[in-house]
Design a protein around this ligand. Structure first.
Ligand code: SAM
Length: 258
C-alpha cells in the first residue's frame, strides 16, 4: 500500500511514523508512507500555503493550489484510490472504513490547519472527508495518523497474529471480550474460573458471552445493529438462568472512570 500525507507540518507526522507496528510495517515494505511538505508546492519564494479568508474574520485558511500540486505529484506513479480530507465535518471514521481502506492500494491524506482548508479542496480535489470524532484538533496531522494506524494494522503481515484484527472490537459488530493475566487475584478481583480451568470450548463460550453482555451494557448503539445468532441468544439466556455474574455493567465502567 502507498500512503501520501500532505501537510504544512511534516515533522508532526514523521515523528509519529517509525514506531511499533506502523514502523515495522514500513520497514518490511508492507506500506510506503510519503510525507509531503505543502510549502514545497507553493508557487512563490515565501512558500506561501495559507491566506486570510475571503469576507474577513480571524485566522488563515490553507490555499487550494499547493494542495492541488501536491496531489498531482503524489499521483504521478499511481492514481490514488481515495483522496481524504481530514475534517471535523466529515464522515465519522470507524473500523468499517478502516477495513474498506485497507483493501485499497493508494491513499492520499490532506491535513488541514488554522481555520481550515479552502472549500474548493473538498469540492473539487478530495474524494472523501473523514472526521475522527466530534472535537476540533489544531490540525489534521493527528487525525491522519490515527486513520493510517488503524488501516495499516489491518494489512496482511502487519500484526504478528493474522487473526487478531478479526477478534478486535467492532470487527463483528461487538466489543472485544475482557483480557486477564497473572496474578490470579488483583485488588480482590479474580481471574474468571473459565479462563483458568476451562477447556477451549468453555473459554470460547465465556468470551463470546462477555462480548455480548459488554456490548449490550456499554454500547446500545452497536447492540441495536449487530447480528446475533441463535447460539448467542441461547448463551445469554442460559447465563441469565444460571445467574452468571455480569461484570462490566455500564454503571461499573462509569464508577471505574470517576
Ligand atoms: N474551523 C474548522 C471547523 O470548525 O470545522 C476547524 C478547523 S481545525 C482548527 C484545522 C484542521 O484540523 C481541519 O481543517 C482538519 O484538517 C483538522 N481537524 C480538526 N479536527 C478534526 C477532526 N475531528 N477530525 C479530522 N480532522 C480534524
Amino acid at each position: 500500500m502507498l500512503i501520501d500525507i500532505l501537510t504544512v507540518a511534516p515533522q508532526m507526522v514523521e515523528t509519529a511514523l517509525p514506531h511499533s507496528i506502523l514502523g515495522r510495517a514500513i520497514d518490511s515494505g508492507i506500506v510506503r508512507i510519503q510525507v509531503h511538505d505543502l510549502h514545497d508546492y507553493a508557487a512563490d519564494r515565501h512558500r506561501t500555503t495559507d491566506s486570510p479568508p475571503c469576507g474577513g474574520g480571524g485566522g488563515m485558511v490553507l490555499k487550494p493550489e499547493p494542495i492541488e500540486r501536491a496531489i498531482a505529484h503524489a499521483s504521478r506513479l499511481s492514481q490514488p484510490d481515495r483522496i481524504i480530507l481530514t475534517d471535523p465535518q466529515g464522515v465519522r471514521f470507524d473500523q468499517e472504513a478502516a477495513f474498506e481502506m485497507a483493501c485499497l492500494d493508494h491513499l492520499v491524506f490532506i491535513c488541514g490547519r488554522y481555520e481550515g482548508v479552502d472549500e474548493r479542496v473538498r469540492l473539487t480535489l478530495a474524494s472523501h472527508a473523514y472526521s475522527i470524532g466530534d472535537y476540533v484538533l489544531t490540525g489534521g496531522e493527528p487525525a491522519a495518523w490515527v486513520m493510517v494506524d488503524a488501516i495499516v494494522r489491518l494489512l496482511p503481515g502487519a500484526l504478528g497474529c493474522a487473526e487478531a484484527p478479526s477478534r478486535d472490537s467492532f470487527a463483528d459488530g461487538l466489543l472485544d471480550y475482557p483480557q486477564f493475566t497473572r496474578p490470579r487475584s488483583f485488588r480482590g478481583v479474580g481471574v474468571p474460573d473459565a479462563l483458568l480451568d476451562g477447556g477451549h470450548r468453555e473459554v470460547e463460550s465465556w468470551r463470546r458471552l462477555q462480548q455480548l453482555r459488554r456490548t449490550r451494557a456499554l454500547r446500545p448503539d452497536l447492540w441495536a445493529r449487530c447480528d446475533i445468532t441463535a447460539d448467542d441468544v441461547h448463551l445469554l439466556e442460559s447465563a441469565a438462568a444460571h445467574r452468571c455474574p455480569q461484570r462490566y455493567t455500564e454503571k461499573e465502567y462509569a464508577g471505574a472512570r470517576s
